[in-house]
Design a protein around this ligand. Structure first.
Ligand SMILES: Cc1ncc(COP(=O)(O)O)c(C=O)c1O
Length: 389
């Protein structure tokens, strides 16, 4: 007799990770691959962080569990970061350390919502929000945030349609569009959520990665939001799998119990290393000109058909390109590019199940040399495909 398989088996794949897996296999087989599919900096973690991790090997604490919400020194240092960056006072006891912000989302969804609740998300948006919600019985409500909407969701439309969700999850800077929400807009969003009883989850994982713009934390405008952040992007510690949440008072205890039961604690040794990350702003800020140069190189060097009316890319490290002149099947198109020229790119349907068929996301978190090589390969490839003149 067939055995039961959970409904969760219907969870969609995270295509960026699928492509990375194929590209890694091709690389292991000797292929010359360029990775533009995932958002991971090619720069290593700061020196002081690596040294702190090494030093903590001698510390017996490093091979033990930490408590569910995480190492208290790291939580205090994160609270201090809110003072250093945003002049905000944060109670460190409300900071939870998670294994990547990915688990931070799971903890947040499970703490604040029930099965059947709806959380609105901007579309295009980060795929795992939607996929994880589906896996745990929360309904993702997709709000268009495309070029025609100025890349922002229209919250007033929800009021007009009497279609107010239980939660709203936004990222700024956003993945894949790079849209940065201004401080004024963010304040309005926080007020809107409080007025309509909507729980805001603000994904601030790309803070620190803006070009010429400063971003305030939503914490400046509301105490009710769940704030998510991570060591994976600005801090260049992607594989360390560390993130954090600043929790509102009413879910701290639930989040702690969920953490205890789901993963016990984030990896202690990595937490001990991460404390030093907050002494490394100067070293980390030095990565910004490279990202900006990479973005500008791609915008200048890729053919117009490959960029289309691309999203603003004012922050994070992605270019969300409109390739409607070339394809209406972004999955087949990305697979073809990978197979033909070894450039790994993520199809837009990962971020936007409907209109993403005509889009691709390119990550420019890698080296400038890789961007140059990718531009060359794509141009050569397209010149063979497109009729000349
Ligand atoms: C917008 C956004 N949020 C969250 C994550 C998850 O990151 P991590 O689990 O590495 O912290 C990512 C990863 O790319 C992302 O782009």
């Amino acid at each position: 007799m067939a055995l039961k398989i959970g409904q969760t088996s219907k969870i969609p794949a995270f295509l960026a990770m699928q492509i990375m897996s194929v590209a890694n296999d091709m690389q292991a087989a000797g292929g010359d691959l360029i990775h533009l599919e995932v958002g991971q900096p090619s720069t290593p973690p700061p020196n002081a962080v690596c040294k702190a991790l090494q030093a903590s090997l001698k510390n017996t604490e490093s091979h033990a569990y930490s408590v569910g919400l995480g190492n208290s020194s790291l939580r205090q240092r994160i609270a201090g970061h809110y003072h250093d960056w945003y002049q905000l006072s944060v109670d460190w006891q409300k900071v939870a350390i998670t294994p990547g912000s990915s688990l931070g989302f799971a903890i947040s969804f499970l703490s604040a919502f029930d099965r059947g609740d709806r959380i609105a998300i901007a579309t295009p948006g980060y795929p795992a929000y939607r996929n994880l919600m589906l896996a745990i019985g929360i309904i993702p409500q997709l709000l268009p945030a495309r070029s025609a909407q100025n890349w922002m969701p229209d919250l007033e439309e929800l009021v007009m349609k009497d279609d107010i969700p239980d939660g709203l999850l936004l990222a700024s800077p956003a993945n894949p569009t790079g849209v940065v929400i201004s401080d004024k807009e963010l304040e309005n969003i926080c007020r809107w959520c409080e007025k309509h009883g909507v729980r805001l989850i603000m994904d601030e994982i790309y803070h620190g990665l803006t070009f010429g713009l400063q971003t305030q934390s939503a914490l400046a405008y509301t105490e009710k939001a769940i704030i998510i952040n991570s060591f994976s992007k600005y801090f260049c510690m992607t594989g360390w799998r560390l993130g954090w949440i600043v929790l509102p008072d009413d879910i701290v205890s639930t989040a702690e119990k969920l953490a205890q039961n789901i993963y016990i604690s984030a990896a202690t040794i990595n937490q001990l290393g991460a404390i030093a990350a907050f002494d490394c702003y100067e070293e980390l800020n030095a990565n910004l000109p490279r990202y900006q140069e990479n973005r500008d190189l791609l915008c200048r060097g890729l053919p117009a058909e490959f960029l289309g009316e691309h999203a603003p890319s004012d922050g994070a490290f992605y270019l969300y390109a409109d390739v409607s002149a070339l394809t209406n099947d972004s999955v087949a198109f990305a697979n073809q590019i990978l197979a033909d020229i070894g450039v790994a790119i993520t199809p837009g349907v990962d971020f936007d199940p409907l209109e993403g068929k005509t889009h691709l996301r390119l990550s420019y978190a890698g080296s400038t040399r890789d961007m140059q090589k990718a531009i060359q390969r794509i141009n050569n490839w397209l010149s063979k495909k497109l009729p000349s003149g």
